[in-house]
Design a protein around this ligand. Structure first.
Ligand code: GDP
Length: 439
C-alpha cells in the first residue's frame, strides 16, 4: 500500500537529513518534492498545494530544537499534516436505532457486497445481532454472493429473488429484523458501472424510506481521481455519512485516501485491504499517515491479531509450549490463524521500516502451502512426535505432499530448532518466561 508515495516522500525528506538547520531554501526544495510525490500519487492538485504550503509554513515557523534534526522535525510536520488532511481523528459509525439501518452505496464492482458481509462480521464480533439485506435487484448473482458470504460469517441474509422493488425489499427486511430481534440491518444496494440517473433515484428512494442511521459510500481506491469524482456525485445526491475505501491492498497510488476527505468533507470510516472477510480495518488518519511515511502501523497489526487469535486457544498453546508438547498440529493451527489475518505482504507493510525494505520483494501468499501439505501428509503420531520420522517416512511424506525430501528435511529441521528454542526458554526459568500468547 502506498509504496511509491512512501519512497518518494522518504527521498524528499532525506535531502534535509544531513542539514544543520531549516532554511527557506532547503525547505522549499523538499516541499516541492513532497508536492510532486502527492500529485504523482493522484492527489488532487489543489489539495496537494494547500497541504505543502501548510507544511512549509509550519517548518519555517518552528524553532529547530537541538534534540531533533530538521529532517526529523519535517517528518513530524508532514505526518501531522497528512493526518489532518485525512480527517484528524477516527470517526465511528452510528448504530443507534431499533433496528439501526446501515445503507451501503457505490458503483458496481467497488466492493459493496464484500464490504457488507465484512461489516456484518465486524459487528457480530461486537455481539450485535445483525441482518444482511440483499437489495441488488439487477444482478441476480449478487444475492447469491451475499448469501455465500453471509453463511461464511454466520449472519442471516434476507432476500426476495423475485421482487424487483428495492424499496419494498429493504422495508420488508427491516420488518423481518424487528420480528427476529435483529438490532442492525445492513442494506446492500445495486450499483452500475457508471453513475446513472435511475440508480441514483432508486437509492435516494431507498434512503428516504428506510431512514438509515448511517449511509456508507464504498469506493475502489484503485480508481484514483475517479474515486474522488464519484464520491462528489454520490455525496451531492445522498449526503452520505462516511466513506469506505476498498482495494487498498492493490497497487493503489493512495490519492483517493488522501483527497476524499478534503474534497467531500466526509470522513473515511473503514478501509478494506483484501478479499478475505478479515481484511477490514477501522480508519485511523494518524496511523495511515505514519504508514505512508513508512513508519509502520503496529497498532493495527496487533488489533488484527487480537481479532483473529482466540484467548483460550492461546492459553492452551502456552501451556503446551511450557510442557514441551508443541506439535506439528499446533504449528499448522498457528499457520491457519496467521493466514486469517490477511495477505502476508499487507501484514509485513504494517511493521515499521518493512514497507520500504519489502517493496520490491514479491511475497507470495502461497508460501505456506508446501508446509501445510507436508504436515497434512504426516500421520497423527508423527505430528505429535516428530522424532520418529525416519528416512522412509520422510520419503512417504514427500511423495504424499507433492514436495521433495529436501523440503521435508528442512521443515523438520526448522521445527526441531524451534522446539529446542522453546525448551531452552522454558529452562531459563519460569520467572523469565516471555509472554508467548500473541504469536
Ligand atoms: P459490488 O459489485 O460493489 O458488490 O462489489 P463486490 O463486493 O462484488 O466486489 C467486486 C470484486 O472486488 C470482487 O471480486 C471482490 O472479491 C473484490 N474485492 C472487494 N473488496 C476488495 C479488497 O479490499 N481488495 C481486493 N483485492 N479485492 C476486493
Amino acid at each position: 500500500m502506498f509504496e511509491s508515495l512512501s519512497s518518494k516522500i522518504d527521498k524528499a525528506l532525506k535531502t534535509l537529513k544531513g542539514q544543520g538547520k531549516i532554511t527557506e531554501i532547503n525547505v522549499a526544495s523538499t516541499v516541492k518534492e513532497i508536492r510532486k510525490a502527492l500529485i504523482d500519487a493522484d492527489v488532487n492538485y489543489k489539495v496537494a498545494k494547500s497541504v505543502t504550503d501548510s507544511i512549509r509554513e509550519k517548518a519555517l515557523g518552528r524553532e529547530v530544537l537541538i534534540a531533533v534534526s530538521p529532517g526529523q522535525l519535517l517528518v513530524k510536520i508532514v505526518s501531522e499534516e497528512l493526518t489532518e488532511l485525512m480527517g484528524g481523528t477516527k470517526e465511528d459509525i452510528n448504530t443507534k436505532g431499533d433496528p439501526a439501518v446501515i445503507l451501503i452505496a457505490g458503483l458496481q464492482g467497488s466492493g459493496k457486497t464484500t464490504f457488507s458481509a465484512k461489516l456484518a462480521s465486524f459487528l457480530k464480533k461486537q455481539n450485535k445481532n445483525v441482518l444482511l439485506a440483499a437489495c441488488d435487484i439487477y444482478r441476480p448473482a449478487a444475492i447469491d454472493q451475499l448469501k455465500v458470504l453471509g453463511e461464511q460469517v454466520g449472519v442471516e441474509v434476507y432476500s426476495e429473488p423475485e421482487n424487483k422493488n428495492a424499496v419494498q425489499i429493504a422495508k420488508n427486511a427491516i420488518e423481518h429484523a424487528k420480528k427476529n430481534n435483529k438490532k442492525i440491518v445492513i442494506v446492500d444496494t445495486a450499483g452500475r458501472l457508471a453513475i446513472d440517473e435511475q440508480m441514483m433515484k432508486e437509492i435516494e428512494e431507498v434512503k428516504a424510506s428506510v431512514k438509515p442511521s448511517e449511509t456508507l459510500f464504498v469506493v475502489d481506491s484503485m480508481t484514483g481521481q475517479d474515486a474522488v469524482n464519484t464520491a462528489k456525485t454520490f455525496n451531492e445526491r445522498l449526503n452520505f455519512d462516511g466513506v469506505v475505501l476498498t482495494k487498498l491492498d492493490g497497487d493503489t497510488r493512495g490519492g483517493a485516501a488522501l483527497s476524499i476527505r478534503a474534497v467531500v468533507d466526509k470522513p473515511i470510516k473503514f478501509i478494506s485491504t483484501g478479499e478475505k472477510m478479515e481484511a477490514l480495518d477501522l480508519f485511523y488518519p494518524d496511523r495511515m499517515a505514519q504508514r505512508i511515511l513508512g513508519m509502520g502501523d503496529v497498532i493495527s497489526l496487533v488489533e488484527r491479531a487480537q481479532q483473529v487469535f482466540d484467548e483460550e486457544e492461546a492459553k492452551k498453546l502456552n501451556q503446551k509450549i511450557r510442557k514441551n508438547q508443541f506439535s506439528f498440529d499446533d504449528f499448522l493451527a498457528q499457520i491457519q490463524q496467521i493466514k486469517k489475518m490477511g495477505s502476508i505482504k499487507d501484514l509485513v507493510g504494517m511493521i515499521p521500516g518493512m514497507n520500504k525494505m519489502m517493496k520490491d520483494i514479491d511475497i507470495d501468499d502461497n508460501a505456506f502451502k508446501p508446509i501445510e501439505a507436508i504436515i497434512r501428509a504426516m500421520t497423527l503420531e508423527e505430528r505429535e512426535n516428530p522424532d520418529i520420522i525416519n528416512g522412509s517416512r520422510r520419503k512417504r511424506i514427500a511423495d504424499g505432499s507433492g514436495t521433495t525430501i529436501q523440503q521435508v528435511n528442512n521443515l523438520i529441521k526448522q521445527f526441531s530448532d524451534m522446539r529446542k528454542l522453546m525448551k531452552n526458554m522454558n529452562k531459563m526459568g519460569k520467572k523469565g518466561m516471555p509472554n508467548m500468547n500473541a504469536f
